[in-house]
Ligand binder design. Structure first.
Ligand code: NAP
Length: 248
């Protein structure tokens, strides 16, 4: 009898969607993608999808046992701070193999003017000193610390509208989802006379055009470093993750 292996993808990223599609094409694999449920209308991967938290490490451990999950691939965003740690603990408890799929971080090139920070309070302190017109390329849940900067004009680009209680003295909100191209990013920065971009080191090609435009235009970038992660086997692209599953 053929055994079907349930593979759990912890998603919420483009990589999660691409991986679900690639694994879906393999024989004897049942792909289950898990999303946190933060976005109202998420782009859904192929295969089964479950939405919502598991209820911490215990909930995830129970889920792995209950669904007889054969392997977990943590394809969450590089800035999803908790899920990777939960996955490491739960897979160890349930004795299920775990792989981290993470896109490589962006690396500064000649001509870049980047200041790296560990959190947004550090970014706020830097902005307070020297900037007037700032482009915030952040998630809507990360905006609150910047509302204290009442002398700065912000352009904020997020996937969903910020909550009503997030109030800026001067802000233009642009709702958009990547990918973004160089010509549009250059035009945005120039038309708004932006002197600084604030973003996270998300990596990948969908949102790196703003960095290229900033390099061309000599605009400062304040970038948050990636948070620490558990020490688990890791790959940087979909093909390597598929190979790992094939070898299970
Ligand atoms: P997080 O800090 O790592 O996770 C917080 C909690 O959300 C987890 O403890 C877990 O709840 C639940 N969760 C996270 N990812 C989940 C998943 N794939 N499936 C089911 N539950 C999940 O993550 P976050 O920063 O809040 O991000 C939430 C989701 O948005 C992630 O899936 C991530 O890939 C995606 N995302 C995040 C960012 C970002 O910048 N943080 C950007 C783009 C996309 P329980 O403890 O109840 O299981």
């Amino acid at each position: 009898m053929t055994t079907i292996k349930p593979i759990l993808i912890l998603g919420g990223t483009g990589e999660g969607i691409a991986l679900a599609e690639a694994l879906h094409a393999l024989p004897n694999i049942r792909v289950i993608s898990s999303l946190a449920g933060r976005v109202a209308n998420p782009k859904l991967p192929v295969g089964e999808v479950r939405i919502g938290g598991f209820g911490g490490v215990t909930g995830l451990t129970d889920y792995l046992r209950d669904k007889k999950v054969a392997a977990v691939i943590d394809a969450t965003h590089p800035f999803a701070r908790r899920m990777g740690w939960h996955a490491a603990e739960a897979t160890a408890a349930a004795r299920v193999p775990l792989l981290r799929l993470e896109r490589p971080a962006w690396v500064a090139q000649s001509g870049d003017n980047w200041t790296l920070v560990d959190d947004w309070d550090q970014a706020v302190a830097i902005l307070r000193k020297s900037t007037k017109r700032v482009f915030l390329a952040l998630g809507r849940q990360e905006l609150a610390p910047f509302t204290a900067l009442t002398d700065i004009a912000f352009v904020i680009r997020a996937v969903e509208k910020p909550d009503a209680d997030i109030k800026f003295a001067d802000a233009e909100i642009i709702l958009a989802r990547g990918p973004f191209n160089l010509a549009d990013e250059r035009a945005l920065l120039q038309s708004r006379r932006i002197d600084c971009i604030v973003c996270k080191n998300s990596g990948g090609s969908a949102t790196d055009a703003k960095l290229e435009a900033a390099r061309e235009l000599g605009i400062e970038v304040v970038m948050q470093r990636r948070p620490s992660r558990p020490d688990v086997p890791q790959v940087g692209d979909i093909d390597d993750a598929v190979d790992w599953v094939r070898k299970l």
